[in-house]
Design a protein around this ligand. Structure first.
Ligand code: T4K
Length: 369
């Protein structure tokens, strides 16, 4: 039996020799951070690749969320989803903002637009949805609600690198979108992230804010933070951008193989591609109906682990179940039935560019009985 570990993801790595060449340039220039030439180049190349007007690079995907809330002066209460990675809600907490959890649509896992209005109070200032697993939110309906109530919209697009709807980047929705370039993401800069904005003035303001608020050697325009990306990771990012399309194509092949087999397994469901959407295949979540499948999610999860296949239960437990948040009125499980059901039944199967046909068969053989 093949006992090689199969992990939920594996990072896309640039060619080492080419990277060495770029490191040599950095060493020679001695310019290793603070808006250097590779940083500038990567911001430009990313904006072109992602089909967005402006990109500001960050040192991870959490700080652009925190900074976006600061920049838009969001206060009071923000409507958000419990079905995400904790960083989404932590960004609110770090700004002294009260998260108000709204349930998700079981067909997408994203914030259910039908349930947003009932959660709006006089203290609500913004909506912070997540394109979970890279599946686009209903951005049109969310914007309509935001416009009606005068709310800001910040998308946590950590999973939505390169996702398009009818040829338009999903990152252009709302007031701002944020990305994560963590090692576990479709596109990575080891640690890293970015903010996408619509106009030059906002880009300028964000660039000041991520550099302590400095607008010149002696001018500080606001209480900024340090969340800059350095030259080494910018260079790495430039190289990874050249191979990300191939990585996404390889991921798509994995999704095709999984779907072909799992479609016939009673009690297992998954998301299909949505017509008109360019997906990035960042995750492959399956949902287990214990009654129909004849085994619980956790038993299957453990069975896979024992066979060295490490899926992950993204996103279990729900954010609303963590001690920081579970005292909130909106964290009551009765308010979040769909999110709870998803969190209690999900396993994200291994999904990355380097999975072989043999790996895929090994994973599927553990699920198909
Ligand atoms: N918003 C959303 C919706 C997010 O999902 C995230 C991050 C953020 C915001 C915040 O963005 P960042 O500040 O992180 O940029 C991971 C990631 O750390 C996190 O970035 C990600 N979401 C979250 C969903 O997953 P873990 O704790 O599951 O990662 P870990 O270390 O267990 O890695 C999973 C597997 O990946 C390992 O079993 C093996 C493989 N791996 C991992 C690393 C780090 C590698 O092969 N090489 C590696 O270097 O959190």
């Amino acid at each position: 039996m093949n006992n090689k570990f199969i992990t939920v993801t594996s990072p896309l790595l640039p060619d080492l020799e080419t990277f060495h060449g770029m490191l040599k340039e950095i060493w020679e220039s001695k310019f290793i951070t603070n808006n250097g030439s590779f940083h500038k180049q990567l911001e430009k190349e990313l904006a072109a690749y992602l089909k967005v007007p402006y990109v500001s690079l960050f040192t991870n995907g959490t700080l652009p969320l925190i900074t976006a809330l600061q920049a838009l002066r969001v206060t009071g209460e923000v409507i958000t989803t419990p079905y995400s990675f904790v960083a989404t809600t932590h960004a609110l907490w770090w700004n002294g903002i009260k998260p108000v959890f709204v349930d998700v649509d079981p067909n997408t896992g994203n914030l259910d637009p039908d349930k947003i209005e009932a959660a709006i109070t006089p203290k609500t200032t913004a909506i912070m949805p997540v394109h979970v697993y890279g599946k686009p939110c209903d951005t049109k309906r969310i914007q309509e609600i935001a416009d009606r109530y005068g709310l800001k919209v910040i998308y946590d697009a950590a999973h939505a690198f390169g996702v398009e709807v009818d040829g338009e980047s999903v990152l252009n929705a709302g007031d701002m979108s944020t990305l994560s370039f963590h090692a576990t993401k479709v596109y990575n800069t080891i640690e890293g992230g970015a903010m996408v904005m619509h106009d030059e003035k906002t880009k300028q303001r964000i660039d000041y804010l991520k550099n302590f608020g400095f607008a010149g050697e002696t001018t500080v325009v606001g209480p900024g933070i340090n969340s800059k990306m350095d030259e080494v990771r910018s260079a790495y990012g430039i190289l990874n951008l050249r191979q990300v399309d191939d990585a996404i194509s390889a991921r798509k092949e994995v999704a095709i193989e999984y779907r072909k087999v799992l479609r016939n397994v009673e009690g297992i469901t998954f998301f299909d591609d949505i017509p008109g959407v360019k997906h990035n295949y960042s995750y492959f979540p399956i949902f287990i109906d214990e009654q129909k499948y004849g085994m619980s999610r956790d038993d299957l999860y453990m069975k896979m682990r024992e066979a060295q296949v490490y899926g992950r239960r993204y996103f279990y437990p729900l954010i609303s179940e963590f001690s920081t948040y579970r005292g909130l009125e909106s964290a009551d499980p009765k308010n979040l039935p769909n999110a709870h059901k998803m969190a209690n039944t999900v396993i994200c199967l291994p999904m990355h560019h380097a999975l072989s046909k043999e790996d895929i068969q090994r994973i599927l053989s553990l699920i198909v009985k």
